[in-house]
Write a protein that binds this ligand. Sequence first.
Ligand SMILES: [Mg+2]
Length: 310
Amino acid sequence: MGQMVAGKSSEETIVRRIIKRVRIPPGSGLKVGIGDDCAVFRPRGSADDLLFTTDLLLEDVHFRRETHSAEDVGYKALARGLSDIAAMGGDPRFCLLSLAIPRWASPAWVDRFYRGFFGLAGKTATPLAGGDLARSRRLACDVIVCGAVPRNSALLRSGARPGDAIYVSGLLGGSALGLAGGKGRARKRHLRPEPRLALGKFLREKLHAHAAMDLSDGLSLDLRRMCLASGVSAEIEAPPVFPGASRKQALHGGEDYELLFVAPPASNPPSDFEGLPLTRIGTITAGRAGAVRLSGRPLAPLAFDHFRRP
Ligand SMILES: [Mg+2]
């Protein structure tokens, strides 16, 4: 949790090994598989493409019961998946929730968990359509969110082209600051990240962004992932920093759930969207795939990796 690691993430290595084993049968309708914020499935004859994302939320990995209320845990379990739908420019349609409940979780705790979950589900019109319940030593939940976009319009990570301007929404590092004990807005940012659904739709419909993703693991690592997926590199300056956060937290801190997107410079996005700042931080360049430079110097992808070696 909040651990920093240098160099190639071993999560990347594991994912690469999994991808090698995947065989997509011809005509399956699966348009985008492993490696983007959501999988994209095109039902035959449908005007919409369907988006699917799944996220784990684990006790003592993603949250601690000493610091996170039951409502916060329920909220965050759904927010993570909704953020991936936002990253594709999609509308959420429904979700599935599997929950493993430990003995410490009283019926009242579980009720409050669902209150946080259903609060966000109601606000974003994401009805719960099913799931599973089990007993376990620690609380674990997995949320699947299904969303939709008009056919062939999902914002992918792989669409960035040399010359595109790079933007981020909001101010970065707030969640890392909240995790490190920051109070007030930073703590709220960590506990209640807001999935940028309206912004994602704006980027797809109005701005015609070339690529987008959500910032879940930190700008340095997430921008590297976008560049790898697009076969390009990036030159950036320091991103806008959340009040009180450090530059390091803004560059490498996870769980801000803001959107990172690229668009042709001529598309000229507004300086804010519904009060949320949109800031240009750099330019996509035609260099080694995945290379990111900050103020002209290589930026190492320091960020959280569950599979780091001690
Ligand atoms: Mg994501």
